[in-house]
Design a protein around this ligand. Structure first.
Ligand SMILES: Cc1cc2nc3c(=O)[nH]c(=O)nc-3n(C[C@H](O)[C@H](O)[C@H](O)COP(=O)(O)O)c2cc1C
Length: 187
């Protein structure tokens, strides 16, 4: 199975990106191929000026099409997901997440904005026709340390993240069984 991660913070170092690094290590330990992407893989002007022919964008779209699942992380900015991430999501084809399982992850300064994943990011994932959008993982800043080098999570956050990744894998397996069945019934 093959998964894309997308770090949606415009800053380095990044807490939300650190969660993806940990998720990637864990998934690879389960035999899943993970290809990490972040906003720095794109020319900022391509994103800002909506250049649909951006070479990096074309590669990214191709890799998403071939992936079984996507994990997206974002910082909470002004009670929503980052605007920089939106400039990239805006350039994806309408059905970019069709047949994909998507796990959203966010970090924020205040637990008061934990629902931003539900009311802000998930509708966009829906618009991109995600097959299954899992419950997100939200982390307060205080639960992540050493995110500039070797990130360390609080024990409750680590448990929640691993639980979500296990759910993610089960959803990927369901999705691939469903595809195998629909291919065999069509032939
Ligand atoms: C411009 C800006 C706006 C922010 N707005 C919010 C907010 O509305 N709610 C919140 O909980 N945290 C807010 N924060 C805090 C960030 O969400 C938090 O520090 C996050 O972990 C940063 O993620 P990153 O390290 O991946 O960039 C904001 C931070 C910045 C820089």
């Amino acid at each position: 199975m093959n998964v894309i991660t997308l770090a949606g913070s415009p800053r380095v170092p990044s807490r939300s990106a650190a969660l993806l690094t940990i998720a990637q290590r864990w998934l690879e330990g389960q035999g899943i191929d993970v290809t990490p992407w972040n906003l720095f893989n794109f020319n900022p002007q391509d994103l800002l000026y909506a250049r649909f022919d951006s070479p990096a964008l074309q590669v990214f779209i191709g890799q998403i099409a071939a992936a079984d699942g996507v994990i997206i992380s974002t910082p909470i900015y002004k009670a929503s997901f980052s605007g920089a991430l939106k400039t990239l999501l805006d350039l994806l084809p309408e059905r970019a997440f069709e047949h994909k399982v998507v796990l959203p992850i966010a970090t924020g300064g205040s637990v008061g904005h934990m629902l931003a994943l539900d009311y802000a990011l998930k509708p966009v994932l829906n618009a991109l026709k995600a097959q299954e959008i899992l419950h997100g993982v939200f982390s307060e800043d205080s639960q992540i340390s050493h995110y500039d080098s070797d990130p360390l999570l609080s024990a409750p956050l680590e448990t929640r993240l691993i639980d979500s990744l296990e759910t993610f894998i089960r959803a990927l397996e369901r999705q691939s069984q469903f595809h195998a069945l629909s291919i065999s019934s069509a032939s």
